[in-house]
Design a protein around this ligand. Structure first.
Ligand code: AQP
Length: 327
């Protein structure tokens, strides 16, 4: 029996290379050895204000980009969260078992609520309970995520353990899997901030659909420092971030990269990095154009994905309701 992997992506902002390098490319490679379920988590997206017309389009765009990045709808179940209502139902039940204190410790809520002040929604606070439901519904063994989501996966595990302690074995305990390199790709404009889909600055991130010229321009303008030598030094976050992106894409070792740029400057690294990013995104962009040429194709995949996910989710939900004494 293969282990099960569950992954989710929120259709907010754009798919930037942080999400791609930190998470999506691992989802693609894990399809070979794991039973893989991938979800466009649209219910999570509405925890912050969304324009309904944009959201609908973005759900399809994100699904198309996942397919273009290498998610194979024959080997993985790809679906939209709101198409399987068991996610919301289990989230409610988990709400009644997760202590407030656990939720109050979630750093992502603290960071995001600062921006929104008194407009912040209960849904944003409750985001980790819904994420726990996403994961636990599918008897998930592993959840590959960037560093920012590790705390939420740990909360899902704690919630599962607490429920199992009260009612006996019900949930599989999930493990977060964090990449050794690239777990936190930083913004190009501010390397002290995580690259994020909801940051609006023009030079903040590289979107998977950015044109070669836009990619070159954003990388050439990336914030660095006043040093010259191109070395992996975490105390220089701008150049460290650019080198990390270069390292992941080329697959070269740190020493190899440092000797490649020995005696050269930041401008040389930026030029070389721009070309490797352009080349890694070129085939992905081409596949995206092919996939979206038939407007019904993505919807058909998502419909079939929901049909495969639903029975798995319903089975877990029934088990939970029975244990709790509902119905
Ligand atoms: N900068 C990043 N570096 C490495 N991994 C990242 N991920 C996101 N940003 C980076 C990982 O990508 C997966 C999908 O992300 P998400 O859809 O859950 O959204 P998020 O983590 O909230 O990403 P953003 O870009 O910060 O979105 P907004 O700004 O809308 O909240 C996750 O595994 C995530 O860890």
């Amino acid at each position: 029996m293969k282990k099960r992997v569950f992954s989710g992506i929120q259709p907010t902002g754009e798919i930037h290379i942080g999400r791609y390098l930190g998470a999506i490319r691992h989802w693609v490679s894990m399809q070979d050895n794991y039973d893989s379920i991938i979800c466009v988590v649209d219910l999570h997206a509405i925890t912050v204000p969304q324009d309904p017309r944009l959201l609908k389009g973005r759900i399809r765009e994100f699904a198309g980009l996942l397919l273009a990045a290498g998610i194979d709808a024959e080997r993985s179940i790809l679906f939209v969260q709101s198409h399987v209502s068991a996610h919301s139902e289990l989230a409610w039940i988990l709400n009644c078992f997760i202590p407030m204190g656990w939720m109050q410790r979630m750093t992502q809520f603290k960071e995001k609520s600062v921006k929104q002040k008194e407009q912040v929604s209960v849904g944003l606070f409750d985001y980790p309970a819904l994420m726990a439901a996403d994961i636990l519904l599918y008897d998930t063994d592993v959840v590959p995520v960037g560093e920012d989501q590790k705390q939420h996966v740990e909360l899902a595990r704690d919630a599962a353990q607490r429920f199992n302690n009260i009612y006996g074995e019900t949930f599989v305990l999930p493990e977060p899997v964090i990449p050794d390199v690239g777990a936190r790709i930083m913004g190009l404009d501010d390397p002290n901030k995580k690259m994020s889909g909801s940051e609006m600055g023009v030079g903040h991130s590289i979107a998977l659909l950015d044109s070669p010229d836009v990619i070159r321009s954003k990388i050439m303008k990336a914030t660095t420092d006043s040093h010259r030598d191109v070395v992996f030094d975490e105390s220089r976050p701008g150049i460290f971030n650019l080198l990390t992106i270069y390292q992941i894409i080329t697959g070269e070792g740190k020493k190899e990269i440092e000797s490649r740029f020995a005696g050269k400057g930041y401008g040389d690294l930026k030029k070389a990095l721009a070309e490797v990013v352009v080349e890694v995104l070129r085939p992905l962009q081409e596949r995206y154009r092919q996939i979206t040429a038939d407007p019904g194709h993505i919807d058909a995949i998502l419909k079939s994905g929901a049909e495969k996910a639903r029975p798995l989710a319903v089975r877990t939900l029934a088990r939970v309701k029975e244990k709790v004494g509902l119905g």
